[in-house]
Design a protein around this ligand. Structure first.
Ligand SMILES: NC(=O)c1ccc[n+]([C@@H]2O[C@H](COP(=O)([O-])OP(=O)(O)OC[C@H]3O[C@@H](n4cnc5c(N)ncnc54)[C@H](O)[C@@H]3O)[C@@H](O)[C@H]2O)c1
Length: 417
């Protein structure tokens, strides 16, 4: 089955589910300012457990239920949050629980749209991990469903709550960067030769009796249980979007958020599986160019064979540069640099001075819980999830089609035209 036919079929199925939203929204509990927020989690794997550790620290919030197709995760989740009294393999049973106010979704990418749509259709608020969806068609469907519902929805693009994005927005609004025509972004990692990035060992209890493999496949063609793919789903297009949906999406969302950008007009992506030829399908070495309307080009490059420059973004403006770094090794001093800084361009701001970011981060998870009570929009709303997802998928489409992809062709493809 081709990606396009999977996309089309999933789109129609989910559009059907989404159409139901708005007609039959179940009544949800109205929370007062001091009420305890009761959480359920769907997908308590690596990220799900990280999120649980964060959410259990948020005052006046507690986990009451977990759903995961792999029974091992039930015990792991209960160990983090002993308040969990109900554990299911079928996430729909969690969504049936009246006592759950909000649901955290941290399943593999290809399941996000299903869990997104069904969670809000069940009248629950939703925190969904990034990338918001596996395809552009799903991103459209989820955004439409979100617009029709009155649910609070936050996306796991946690850097939207960072102090650095607040500093960048401030400097951009103050105009001290001038006209920004280019943003360069990069992300780099390394691992010991022979051990490719992201590869996880398969636990000995990862056997058919303990895993609902059909539910994991989520509409992909049926086949015998494959524990390697179940654990290492990130490496395969059927379930993943590779490093573009794992990591570029964070940085593109950051850039889109800081500059308030619309969808890209076009995308081009090159690269390949160069670091470790270990059977993975998704590339480890990547160069992406995104054209945005109004004279802006954004580039993002990544490698899994060298981590000297960590990750970062540079906004190149006529009046100044904004540089955001995380773990970049300075070539001269050998020291790691992190943080956000502004440097004036002497041509256009001769008296400008260099600045260092001062804004404090907001706790992203606490922000979501607070919004469940206040009904305000979380720091990382659906619109940011949507735009960053479409940008990521346009890049991947370009890589897979080996040609430049425009927004029009990407959208037409998603609509099955
Ligand atoms: N925001 C971040 O910084 C960040 C960091 C890492 C991962 N993530 C995202 O979190 C998500 C999960 O990544 P991970 O590394 O935790 O993966 P993982 O494989 O470790 O965990 C996924 C969990 O979902 C379960 N699952 C699979 N299909 C399911 C289904 N249909 N119903 C219920 N449970 C199901 C699996 O059994 C597993 O426990 C991905 O979308 C990833 O991109 C975000």
């Amino acid at each position: 089955m081709t990606r396009k036919s999977i996309e089309r079929r999933e789109f129609l199925k989910q559009a059907g589910a989404a159409a139901a939203i708005g007609f039959a929204l179940p009544a949800s509990r109205v929370l007062g300012a001091n009420d305890r927020v009761r959480l359920g989690i769907i997908g308590a794997g690596a990220r799900g457990q990280e999120l649980m550790h964060e959410f259990v620290k948020v005052p006046n919030a507690e986990f009451v239920a977990v759903a995961d197709v792999y029974t091992r995760r039930h015990d792991e989740a209960k160990a983090i949050a002993p308040g969990i009294t109900q554990a299911f393999r079928d996430y729909r049973r969690l969504l049936d629980l009246k006592e759950v106010d909000a649901v955290i979704v941290a399943t593999p990418l290809h399941c996000h749209a299903r869990h997104f749509l069904d969670t809000i259709a069940a009248g629950k608020d939703l925190y969904s991990e990034k990338t918001m969806t596996w395809s552009i068609a799903e991103a459209e469907t989820c955004r439409e469903a979100a617009k029709r519902s009155n649910r609070v929805i936050g996306i796991g693009l946690q850097h939207q709550s960072s102090g650095q994005i607040a500093d960048a927005k401030q400097w951009l609004n103050d105009g001290i960067a001038g006209k920004v025509t280019q943003v360069e972004a990069w992300m780099s990692r390394n691992s010991k030769r022979g051990h490719g990035q992201w590869i996880r060992d398969v636990p000995s209890d990862c056997v058919p009796a303990n895993v609902d493999w059909t539910a994991f496949l989520n509409g992909r063609p049926a086949r015998p249980f494959d524990p390697y793919k179940f654990i290492n789903w990130r490496l395969f297009w059927e379930f993943s979007g590779g490093n573009v949906t794992e990591n570029m999406v964070h940085q593109i969302a950051w850039i889109i958020g800081a500059l308030d950008l619309p969808l890209p007009a076009a995308a081009y992506m090159s690269g390949g599986v160069f670091s470790e030829k270990d059977g993975r399908e998704v590339p480890d070495t990547i160069a992406v160019t995104l054209d945005f309307p109004n004279d802006l080009v954004v580039t993002w490059q990544s490698t899994f064979s060298n981590k000297r420059y960590g990750l970062g973004e540079r906004f190149l403006g006529s009046h100044g540069t904004i540089e955001h770094l995380m773990g970049t090794t300075d070539m001269v001093t050998g020291k790691a640099q992190s943080g956000i800084r502004y440097y004036p361009e002497k041509d256009n701001r001769p008296d400008g001075v260099a600045l260092e970011g001062q804004a404090k981060a907001v706790n992203h998870m606490a922000n979501f819980v607070e919004c469940v009570r206040s009904r305000k929009e979380p720091n990382s709303p659906v619109e940011i999830g949507y735009r960053s997802a479409v940008a990521a998928h346009m890049a991947n489409l370009s890589y897979r089609q080996k040609q430049r992809v425009t927004l029009e062709t990407a959208m037409a493809g998603a609509a099955g035209k």
